[in-house]
Design a protein around this ligand. Sequence first.
Ligand SMILES: [Cu+2]
Length: 179
Amino acid sequence: MTPSPRPLLVALALAACVLVGTAACGSGDGAGTAAAQGGEVASGRVTVDGATIDWPANPRVAAVRMVVRNGTGTPDVLRSVSSPVAETVTVHRTDTDAQGRSVMTEQAELAIPARSSVTFEPGGLHVMLTGITRDLEVGDDVELTLTFEHAGVVDATAEVVEPGASGTGGDGSGGTHDH
Ligand SMILES: [Cu+2]
C-alpha cells in the first residue's frame, strides 16, 4: 500500500537539475547578448534563401526546398506556412522507420535556433503544398508566407524548377518520394 518514494525523489532531483540548468542557461545567454553587441549578428533577421519547388509530377502536391536562416540571437519557432496556390501547407519531416520505409511526420512547431539555419528539402525536412489550386509551370513564382513566433511574418518567393535542377543531389531515395 505504501508507494515507493523513489519515483518522487527522482522527480525532485530532475526538477532541481532543470532549475539549475535554466539559471546557468540564463546567465550564459546574457553573456552572449553582450558579445552580440559587438556586431557578431550579421543580419539580425530571419530570412528565407533559395526557395524552389520541384515541378510536381503530381499536380496537386509539391514540396518546397529552402533555407531558413535565423540571423538573430533569439531562438525562433516556425509556426505556420501558407501559400495562395495551396489549400494546405504543412511542415513535414521524412524519416526512415525500422523496416526501411519512409515515414512523414508533421512538425507543428519547428525550432530555428539562434544564429543558425535549417534546410528544407524533399527526403528530409520539407514544406509540403497540398491541394494546389492552379497548374504550376517551370519558371512560375509561388508566394510563401512563413509565420515565426518572434520574427513574425516573413514572405518568400519560390520558383518552380525542373526536378533535380536545384543541384542538391536529390533526396537519396532514388526519386521515389511518394507524396
Ligand atoms: Cu511531405
